[in-house]
Design a binder for this molecule. Structure first.
Ligand code: C2E
Ligand code: CA
Ligand code: CA
Ligand code: CA
Length: 280
């Protein structure tokens, strides 16, 4: 028995070692990637559940390493950037890139497509992060309807008074603020009282389970009811099937986002889609 404990110890030790090594390598590569502009932003359309029309876009950062390595998913490098104080630079870069792209699209006559940007916990903990966003928007002559903000409940729980103040300011200037992954954080409903939000993005887990689960459908119906009573817009995330789409439509979700309609895609591709849409 002693022998097997011993080998187990080495096994775990080895695993921890490998994990740390991988993190360290990834961190160095990420630093270089930010410097060398190996990052880009993809866009996923949010479409009207009724008409199927593209209404808004969500900006999602992508990292395609130039050394030919596999793309690294944001679920891996965003937390890493947070832990090692790179999120500030990374976040600034994303904001700037999205503002630049939005200005480009507006100049090309593609108007009325809001682009939502994700902000992580450490990112909003950086003082002045939203002032920086505003400055960047001004620089590119954007208005408060051109850009939106997505924050998860877990991010909001960490928000201090100055963040709250910034959010109120943006809200009063007409900026859309969404609670992301709605339903997965803690004490969900109090956020609707405390924070100036305009939309709820219902987490994919509810959407996935809804067709087979009367319980999930009941929860969804309740969420949509409350949201609409509060004048909030409801977005269903991760819609992958026709059955899910139809259900979200029946439940009165305003917008749907997911692989059933579109995956996140490069700017040029989404630009083509927007251009080919009939004008309203
Ligand atoms: P999120 O904000 O909840 O973004 C939605 C995620 O769901 C994206 O993953 C998107 O590609 C994926 N998705 C969209 N439709 C479907 C679907 O129908 N089925 C499935 N299975 N997945 C779908 P992605 O791009 O890998 O991003 C993962 C997370 O990384 C994001 O979750 C967000 O928390 C973070 N993230 C991504 N881009 C940024 C960014 O620019 N800044 C910050 N701070 N975080 C980001
Ligand atoms: Ca999001
Ligand atoms: Ca989400
Ligand atoms: Ca998520």
């Amino acid at each position: 028995a002693k022998g097997s404990d011993h080998s187990r110890y080495w096994f775990f030790n080895r695993q921890i070692h490998d994990t740390l090594l991988r993190q360290h390598e990834l961190l160095e590569r990420l630093q270089r990637a930010i410097e060398r502009q190996e990052l880009c932003v993809h866009y996923q359309p949010q479409v009207s559940s009724m008409s199927g029309r593209i209404e808004n876009l969500e900006a999602l950062v992508r990292w395609f390493p130039e050394d030919g390595g596999e793309p690294v998913p944001p679920s891996e490098f965003i937390p890493l950037a947070e832990r090692f104080n790179l999120i500030h630079r990374l976040g600034d870069w994303i904001v700037r890139e999205v503002c630049r792209q939005q200005a480009c699209w507006k100049a090309a006559g593609l108007n009325g497509y809001r682009i939502d940007i994700n902000f992580s916990g450490r990112q909003i903990a950086v003082p002045g992060v939203f002032d920086q966003l505003q400055r960047c928007m001004q620089e590119y002559h954007l208005n408060h309807r051109d850009i939106g903000i997505e924050l998860t409940e877990n991010v909001l729980v960490q928000a201090d008074d100055s963040v709250l103040e910034s959010l109120h300011r943006l809200y009063h200037r007409g900026m859309k603020i969404a609670i992301d992954d709605f339903g997965t954080g803690y004490s969900t409903l109090s956020y609707l009282k405390l924070f100036p939000v305009t939309s709820l993005k219902i987490d994919r887990s509810f959407v996935t389970d809804a067709p087979a689960s009367p319980r999930d459908r009941a929860i969804l119906a309740g969420i949509v009811f409350i949201a609409h009573r509060l004048g909030l817009e409801v977005v269903a995330e991760g819609v992958e099937t026709l059955a899910q789409l139809e259900l979200m439509r029946d439940l009165n979700c305003d917008l749907v986002q997911g692989h059933y309609h579109f995956r996140p895609m490069p700017a040029a591709e989404v630009q083509r889609l927007m251009r080919d849409q009939p004008l309203l």
